[in-house]
Write a protein that binds this ligand. Structure first.
Ligand code: RP5
Length: 187
């Protein structure tokens, strides 16, 4: 992107991108400059440490880190940066992402990672925007408008449900009932 990225979106592999792209999508919606890259904790540990160590000095304000399985990337980045780190557990083919979730959320005291739901990259992006909005009145106003839109959407869903429930119920076709057995005369 042309302007200085404020949010770094990193992941353990490009196979995480289908999940992690939702964070970038919402950053784009709010006009927040971002960068994205693969920074694997296990396959390129020295590069990962260098990336995390330099992020704050490069002007990054928030790091969103997603990984799957033995997902050590968010926690390791948090250990080498003073920036807020948001962890996204990426679900893989086994264990439904529970392995990723527990690997990211169970951090030791002193090194926080703000962990979102399994696959919750969009919420990670929204949380990053809220963090930036604490020092940006214009961004805060856009977040407030976004929340008002959510409320309006939820209200219209309630109205649609009420409209469906107020329709007269159509009688449902009944399955054929078994006929009572006639008593047989004794043979
Ligand atoms: C993790 O291993 C990555 O974050 C990814 O979720 C998973 C699989 O990576 P690939 O084998 O697809 O490169 O480190």
């Amino acid at each position: 992107m042309a302007s200085q990225p404020q949010v770094s979106v990193v992941m353990g592999s490009d196979s995480d991108w289908p999940v992690m792209s939702a964070a970038v999508t919402v950053l784009e919606e709010f006009g927040v400059p971002w960068e994205a890259d693969v920074v694997s904790a296990h396959r390129m540990p020295r590069d990962m440490i260098a990336y995390g160590s330099a992020a704050a000095d490069r002007g990054i304000a928030v790091i969103i880190a997603g990984a799957g399985g033995a997902a050590h990337l968010p926690g390791m980045l948090a250990s080498v940066t003073p920036l807020p780190v948001i962890g996204v557990p990426v679900p893989l083919a086994h264990l439904d992402g529970l392995d990723s979730l527990l690997s990211i959320v169970q951090m030791p005291a002193g090194i926080p990672v703000a962990t979102v739901a399994v696959g919750g990259a969009r919420n990670a992006g929204l949380l990053a925007i809220r963090i930036l909005a604490t020092a940006d009145a214009s961004l805060r106003q856009r977040m407030t408008s976004f929340q008002e839109d959510l409320r309006a959407t939820a209200q219209s869903k309630g109205a649609a449900l009420q409209a469906r429930l107020s329709q007269p119920q159509q009688p449902q076709p009944q399955p054929p009932q078994p006929q009572p057995q006639q008593p047989q005369p004794p043979q």
